[in-house]
Design a binder for this molecule. Structure first.
Ligand SMILES: Cc1ncc(COP(=O)(O)O)c(C=O)c1O
Length: 442
């Protein structure tokens, strides 16, 4: 099939996407097996990707600023990663034994991130967060955790509390409600919910619950909460209060690890005890990792005497993921991080300047190589600020499809990120598509 540069054929009722979606609805609930790729009225279906472009089942090709939700830092079908994986495929894909490559990838992470002494691999970011919370409990002998309203940390009960509450559920800003994510959600009252970037209330609530808190979990650049960076003094306050009370500070850098060679903590500070990482370190394959203090991670050690936290996982550290991840990370040099960050700055600075020039109610937030589009111009510091009312939701949905029609793919909620396959031309195309899309929406 020849691919065309842009279009919206997936929205037409006689499209291949419509036919696939109809089929999908018979065997997948709602036609879906991954919430984040759902869009109304239907998604388009990917069939191939090369560099920074993805071609869909109707033959339309677009610039991919989604990069499988930030994990593809080298874009699609990178030839060096493909060659490394190909070689391993013919040598065996998984063994009931450790392999040398898990040591190499762990060493690379420990070298790059100041707060990481040792590493434990998992198969997803969700699992990494779950095991980080569990090891914090084992280490402290306490069971509660604290997390921030509206922040996403994957599919584990404890961190799903207040993941996406609506305004009628929020409660007072001084003490946000702990809101269940689904009917029957266990342990909701065992989670202290805090307001992002709010030092005074967060410190007060952490001190109130200090005796029972095992960990405070923070993503310093939380995408679902709006992609506004944590303020460095806020991270420092969280570091100080947790250290004072023997509570572990967990940074969830599953996404935000892609922002800098030493992770987002090297940009914003915070010195966490544990860091969860995933996405880019798998080189395009499923992965997760917990890095951090050796005395905490020692609870995973099979030879530890005394209390421990055994941790298995059929595909933990499998050689295909380890080799793909190692190849991908070795290609991420200081110069590449700098180049991606500059392209991200261009998107935010030139995009925001354009919105101002046009006098339209849009803005871009983010940091380094990640950005997010918001259908408003108010100051944003936390999830509540970024909450979209009905009209903003309508405009955000509309711009997603308008950008798709112009050959540019962001996530349905407006997030984008830069891959090493991209250059100034990709950013030029994004900015020009944005300019005409905002006219079409407003
Ligand atoms: C901050 C954060 N934590 C955890 C997760 C869960 O990771 P995974 O989808 O690999 O389970 C994600 C996924 O997007 C994430 O962004």
């Amino acid at each position: 099939m020849t691919s065309k540069p842009a279009g919206s054929r997936y929205l037409e009722d006689d499209s291949r996407a419509a036919s696939l979606f109809n089929q999908a609805q018979t065997v997948l609930p709602g036609g879906n097996t991954r919430q984040s790729v759902w869009t109304s009225p239907r998604p388009t279906y990917a069939v191939s990707g090369q560099g920074y472009r993805v071609t869909d089942a109707d033959g339309d090709s677009r610039i991919d600023f989604v990069n499988n939700y930030t994990s593809l830092i080298h874009g699609h079908a990178n030839h060096r990663i493909a060659a490394a994986v190909q070689e391993q495929l013919s040598e065996g894909t998984a063994f009931g034994l450790p392999t040398p490559w898990e040591i190499e990838l762990a060493s690379l992470l420990a070298e790059r991130v100041d707060s990481i002494e040792q590493v434990r691999f998992t198969n997803s970011g969700s699992e990494a967060v779950m095991m980080a919370v569990k090891v914090a409990r084992a280490f402290t002998g306490r069971s509660r955790i604290a997390k921030f309203e509206g922040c996403y940390h994957g599919a584990y009960d404890a961190v799903e509390v207040s993941q996406a509450p609506g305004p009628d559920q929020w409660g007072p800003v001084e003490e946000p409600n702990a809101v269940p994510f689904y009917p029957g959600h266990p342990g909701v009252s065992d989670v202290t919910v805090l307001q992002f970037n709010d030092i005074e209330n967060s410190v007060r609530l952490i001190e109130r619950d200090a005796d029972t808190l095992a960990a405070v979990v923070i993503d310093p650049l939380p995408q679902r909460a709006g992609l506004m960076p944590a303020e460095p003094e806020f991270l420092q306050a969280m570091r100080d209060v947790t250290r004072k009370h023997g509570i572990l500070l967990i940074f969830d850098e599953v996404m935000s690890f892609r922002l800098a060679k030493g992770g987002v903590q090297s940009l914003l500070g915070g010195d966490p005890d544990l860091t969860t990482i995933a996405k880019i370190i798998g080189g395009g394959f499923p992965v997760g990792a917990i890095g951090g203090r050796a005395d905490v991670l020692d609870y995973f050690s099979p030879s530890r005497t005394g209390p421990k936290l055994p941790h298995a996982g059929t595909f933990n550290g499998n050689p295909v993921t380890m080799i793909a991840g190692l190849t991908a990370m070795q290609m991420m040099t200081d110069a590449e991080y700098e180049r991606l960050s500059q392209l991200g700055d261009r998107v935010r600075n030139e995009g925001n300047a354009m919105f101002q020039r046009l006098g339209v109610d849009w803005q871009l937030t983010g940091l380094s190589n990640m950005f997010r589009l918001h259908p408003n111009t108010r100051q944003l510091r936390n999830y509540r600020d970024a909450w979209r009312d009905a009209d903003e939701t309508r405009r955000a949905n509309a711009i997603y499809h308008e950008l798709m029609a112009r050959g540019v793919m962001l996530t349905p909620d407006g997030m984008g990120n830069i891959s090493t396959a991209m250059d100034d031309a990709a950013v030029d195309e994004l900015l020009s598509a944005l300019e005409s899309a905002v006219h079409a929406v407003d």
